[in-house]
Design a protein around this ligand. Structure first.
Ligand code: GDP
Ligand code: GDP
Length: 443
């Protein structure tokens, strides 16, 4: 199970440097027969946890006055045709030149998913050229320095976005080979909600391994946790570890730190204080998690302080439904970080949320639901014309994301989209996870 990426662009933008960076020491299949102009090289690339084949189209000097020599065009077209996706490289220090436009036109014409790379961006020297890159019509440029190995995590994200299904397949296949990976969890919440108490409680009771993690920010560190045989990787920030003196602690929510934690995680535990749950800061945190597309579990902490009455939890769930309208039916667990009460239920809720976030629904089941949902409540007519919604497909998971093909994507009202999302959540039991629904014209 693999896929192929062609590296395309005019000479000297850094294609070979990127190729070498991706392939590293792994053997490249170079056609080095003497006297043969090197048309292209193939190699086994690695980017983060993704392995794929990469084709380099470097190796031609531009000859004569032609913008794009026939041979180079042919070579580039062949490479693109053989690839599942294209890395289009431009030199941000040089800006978007006519040659870049000629190559970009080839890429657009191919219809292959493409990642636009603004290279030579170390030290930000190419900022204006990077902005220039937008004019190539290949979307948002990824800022990279192939030579200095900067920007690779962004390239990784862009590749996952450009080829969602193929990259997910490769990762899933790998997961089957190596066994399950730990679920990545972040615990976030307003100051004093009890985050560090909870983290210490979780790791204090169980065997713990700390590992500085590649790719996360300097301030953050991951802690591996084995909770009754299930593996978790917890995001632990330097801010949390340094929590010796209370007076040092900021009373303000650090949005930057919270965002780092959210981006690290697959499942985010939003910790609430039972005394003041669902106030503005909590809602803001849930908004952040939702917009970053992570699964959410709500944990209401300091439960030991509360006098218990039947129905307490349902009341909290009711309140969550009312306050967090952007994410219906978020799982909610009452815990005490101090006594350890409820932590088994919390970790089980994390496992369940992770499964929902990873859910893949078959196209046939989706379309059976889609027929029912659209006939029970047909889309409204807009300026006298009926909207036709043709079919739906899931384009990726993590979070579950769907595309509806229809006649006039712009005309479908937001309220109708919300109806579809809510109905979809109910039909396929997708509580507490962001669900993305996009509309596209033609299939
Ligand atoms: P290709 O013709 O597109 O394959 O380009 P090369 O990979 O041969 O690179 C052309 C030149 O740009 C070489 O001198 C590289 O060292 C240089 N280069 C490649 N990547 C970077 C980068 O990220 N930053 C800078 N400053 N130079 C780079
Ligand atoms: P953070 O700012 O979110 O990391 O919060 P801390 O973990 O520093 O906790 C803030 C205060 O709440 C500390 O005084 C904790 O001892 C207390 N606390 C945390 N969890 C609990 C709990 O479950 N029950 C009680 N009674 N107090 C708690």
């Amino acid at each position: 199970m693999s896929f192929t990426v062609a590296i395309v662009g005019r000479p000297n933008v850094g294609k070979s440097t990127l190729f070498n960076r991706l392939v590293g020491r792994r053997v490249a299949l170079v056609d080095d027969r003497p006297g043969v102009t090197r048309d292209r090289r193939e190699g086994e690339a690695r980017l983060g946890d993704l392995d794929f084949t990469v084709i380099d189209t470097a190796g031609f000097e531009q000859s004569g006055a032609e913008t794009l020599s026939g041979r180079m065009r042919a070579q580039t077209e062949t490479a693109i045709a053989q690839a599942d996706a294209v890395f289009f490289v431009m030199d941000a220090r040089a800006g978007a030149l006519p040659d870049d436009r000629a190559f970009a036109a080839l890429v657009r014409k191919s219809g292959k998913p493409a990642v636009l790379i603004a290279n030579k961006m170390e030290g930000k020297a190419g900022e204006s050229g990077r902005l220039d890159a937008y004019s190539l019509g290949l979307g948002e440029p990824v800022a990279l320095s192939a030579e200095h190995n900067e920007g690779m995590p962004d390239l990784y994200d862009a590749l996952r976005e450009a080829l969602p299904e193929k990259t997910a397949e490769v990762l899933e296949a790998k997961q089957d080979e190596d066994g399950p990976h730990p679920i990545r969890v972040a615990i976030v919440g307003r100051p004093n909600a009890g985050k560090s108490t909870l983290i210490n409680r979780l790791i204090g009771e169980e065997r713990l391994l700390t590992s500085p993690e590649a790719g996360t920010t300097r301030d953050s560190i991951a802690v591996d946790l084995d909770w009754h045989g299930e593996k978790f990787r917890l995001h632990d920030t330097a801010g949390l570890r340094r929590r010796s003196r209370v007076e040092e602690k900021l009373e303000k929510l650090s949005v930057g730190e919270t965002l780092n934690a959210i981006r690290f995680a697959e499942v985010v535990v939003v910790l609430l204080d039972v005394d003041n749950a669902f106030e503005e800061q909590d809602q803001k945190i849930v908004d952040l998690v939702e917009s970053e597309g992570r699964a959410v579990v709500l944990a209401v902490n300091k439960w030991d302080l509360k006098e218990r009455n039947p129905g307490d939890i349902s009341k909290l769930r009711e309140k969550a439904r009312e306050k967090l309208t952007q994410l219906p039916d978020v799982p909610l667990v009452a815990v005490s970080a101090l006594t350890g009460e409820g932590l088994d239920r919390l970790m089980q809720a994390v496992i369940d949320a992770h499964a929902v976030w990873n859910r893949r629904i078959s196209t046939s089941a989706l379309n059976r639901w889609f027929e029912d949902a659209t006939s029970a409540h047909p889309p409204p007519a807009v300026s006298g014309r009926r909207l036709r919604l043709n079919y739906i497909t899931q384009v990726k998971s993590r979070p579950p994301s769907f595309v509806v093909f229809c006649t006039r994507a712009d005309a479908v009202p937001d309220a109708y989209k919300r109806y579809l999302v809510n109905s979809l959540r109910q039909a396929f039991e997708l509580p507490g996870t962001p669900v993305r629904l996009m509309l596209r014209e033609k299939a």
